[in-house]
Write a protein that binds this ligand. Structure first.
Ligand code: NDP
Length: 241
């Protein structure tokens, strides 16, 4: 067992989750990496990593993964509730199946993930939840209707959890990024929406790197437990809205 506590991350197979696993691993933490695709996580070959095939829609799979990680490295001290998809589209022509998928992964999946670690953190009277929202959880954008709905959900739940868990010395950080360079656009199936998103992105000179987000999470986590960064809102400088 390593001396630094275990950090758990959903959506660690790609993008911001993968970059965060790397940053915490570099800082000497064992990491529990969870996602549906295990190969990319295996390929990262991080020391002291526990890799688990998890679909966040499956509450038992997450609980089992947490138990496996904790058996090897002790209690999860931070859970990055990160897994999510962005099926952006004009709401008038979007197939409802896309809403179902986003709602199940981005809202119920978030609650399943919180549930897997919250009681342990309360008992230990320490811990940190990093909740992945978005700038789309603070304001609405065209073609983001249900995605925004899921991220507003994350904001609301996080505010409530922060209030509730403060009595237990557990921190809740909300993360609200703007445009970050990841594979997130592979989830946009509507070609018109994808084209206009890319056009906007180009106007602002592209997104910023996931490693920048990861470093900010690490910095916030490394503050003393009694100090809480309540929200991180990070965008490219040239992102206007
Ligand atoms: P990526 O597409 O690169 O990563 C998404 C991650 O979520 C993958 O590891 C994927 O793994 C995982 N995931 C998706 N569905 C599930 C599921 N059902 N169960 C478990 N894991 C799942 O995109 P990002 O890194 O950008 O996205 C991470 C989070 O950041 C998302 O919540 C997204 O909404 C949010 N975000 C992203 C922004 C951006 O501009 N990139 C801006 C603001 C917020 P796998 O497919 O292997 O399961």
């Amino acid at each position: 067992m390593t001396t630094k506590p275990l950090i758990a991350i959903t959506g660690a197979s790609s993008g911001i989750g993968a970059a965060t696993a790397e940053a915490f691993s570099k800082a000497g933490h064992p990491v529990l990496m969870m996602a549906r695709r295990t190969a990319p996580m295996e390929d990262m070959a991080l020391p002291n990593s526990v890799i688990a095939e998890v679909d966040v829609r499956d509450r038992k799979q997450i609980a089992d993964a947490v138990a496996k990680g904790e058996a090897e490295h002790g209690p999860v001290d931070m859970m990055f509730v990160n897994a999510g998809i962005a099926r952006l589209a004009d709401i008038g022509r979007q197939p409802p199946e896309e809403w179902d998928e986003m709602i199940d992964i981005n809202t119920k999946g978030v609650m399943n993930t919180v549930h897997a670690v919250m009681n342990g953190m309360m008992e230990r009277r320490t811990g940190t939840l990093v909740m992945m929202s978005s700038i789309a959880g603070r304001k609405v954008y065209p073609d983001h209707t249900v995605y925004c709905g899921t991220k507003y959900f994350v904001h609301a739940v996080s505010e409530s959890l922060r209030d509730y868990l403060s009595d237990y010395n557990v921190r809740v950080i909300v993360l609200s990024p703007g445009v970050i360079e990841t594979d997130v656009l592979s989830g946009v199936l509507d070609e018109q929406t994808l084209a206009s998103y890319k056009e906007n992105k180009q106007k602002m000179g592209g997104g910023i790197g996931a490693d920048i987000v990861a470093d900010l999470i690490l910095n916030a986590y490394q503050l003393p437990q009694r100090a809480l960064v309540q929200e991180i809102c990070l965008t490219p400088t040239r992102q206007k809205f």
